[in-house]
Write a protein that binds this ligand. Structure first.
Ligand SMILES: *Cc1c(COP(=O)(O)O)cnc(C)c1O
Length: 223
C-alpha cells in the first residue's frame, strides 16, 4: 500500500516533469503515523519526510536514528520550541519570523550542517494563515543572510482551499515568479515546496520542485 502510493506519486511527478525538464521531489508527510510506516516508506526508497507535531516527530526521529532520512519540519513553530528543530531536523519549511531564525541560528549545533530553510509565504493572504506576505519575501530573505547556521533554500506555501483551479494556479505561479527572482539573487535557492494531496497537480504544472503528500501516501489521519 505505502510503496505503491509512493510509486504512484513518483510517476505523477515524471508526468509533469516533461514541461519543466526536471523531476520534483516527493516529501512524504508522516505526521500522526507511526515510525513503522516511515520505515516501510524508507524501505521503498523514500528519503524525505515531513512532520508537524514536534514531540511526536522527535520520538520518531529517535526511533529511526541511523537511517539516511532528511526530516522536514513543516508545521507552525512556537519560539520556545525551536531547539528541537535546530537539533533534530535537516529542514524547516515553515519559517516566517526573524525571531525564530535568530533562535535556530543560535541553537543549531556547531557540528551539524546549516539548517535548510524555506520561507513560508501566505500566498492567499488569509488572516488565519501563517506566512510572510509575498511582497515582504525579499526583505525577509535578505535578513536571513547574517545567520551562518541557516541556509535559505527557497519558498513554501499552502494552497488556498476551495479555489477554482485557475485561481489556484494563478497563486502558485506568483510563487514561482518570486522563487525565480530569489534564485537569481541567492546561491542555494533550489526548492519551491507547494502542492499537497488535493492540489499537487496544479502545483507541479506551475513549477513546484517539491510536493508534500500525506493522506495520499499514508491514508487518512485520525487526528
Ligand atoms: C499535513 C500537511 C501536508 C500533507 O497534507 P495532505 O493533504 O495529507 O497531503 C502538507 N503540507 C503541510 C504544511 C501539512 O501540514
Amino acid at each position: 500500500m505505502i510503496p505503491a502510493q509512493i510509486n504512484h506519486y513518483l510517476n505523477e511527478i515524471k508526468k509533469y516533469a516533461q514541461a519543466s525538464n526536471s523531476n520534483a521531489q516527493l516529501l512524504a508527510v508522516s505526521k500522526t503515523f507511526p515510525a513503522q510506516d516511515v520505515q516501510t516508506a524508507y524501505d521503498a526508497g523514500q528519503r524525505h519526510f515531513g512532520e508537524n507535531y514536534l514531540n511526536d516527530a522527535v520520538e520518531k526521529i529517535d526511533q529511526l536514528e541511523g537511517l539516511d532520512i532528511q526530516w522536514h519540519f513543516i508545521g507552525p513553530l512556537q519560539s520556545n520550541k525551536t531547539k528541537a528543530v535546530a537539533q533534530k531536523f535537516q529542514w524547516l519549511q515553515s519559517l516566517d519570523r526573524i525571531k525564530i531564525a535568530k533562535r535556530i541560528n543560535h541553537q543549531r549545533p556547531e557540528e551539524l550542517a546549516p539548517l535548510n530553510v524555506l520561507i513560508q509565504v501566505n500566498i492567499s493572504q488569509e488572516p488565519q494563515k501563517s506566512g510572510v506576505l509575498l511582497e515582504d519575501v525579499e526583505l525577509f530573505a535578505n535578513q536571513l543572510l547574517e545567520f551562518k547556521h541557516i541556509k535559505l533554500r527557497g519558498l513554501m506555501c499552502i494552497g488556498e482551499s476551495g479555489l477554482a483551479e485557475s485561481q489556484l494556479e494563478e497563486q502558485f505561479l506568483q510563487m514561482k515568479q518570486k522563487f525565480d527572482l530569489l534564485a537569481n539573487k541567492y546561491d542555494a535557492i533550489d526548492c519551491l515546496s507547494m502542492g499537497m494531496s488535493q492540489d499537487y497537480q496544479q502545483a507541479l504544472k506551475s513549477g513546484a520542485t517539491m510536493i508534500r503528500i500525506g493522506t495520499g501516501i499514508f491514508g487518512h489521519r485520525s487526528k
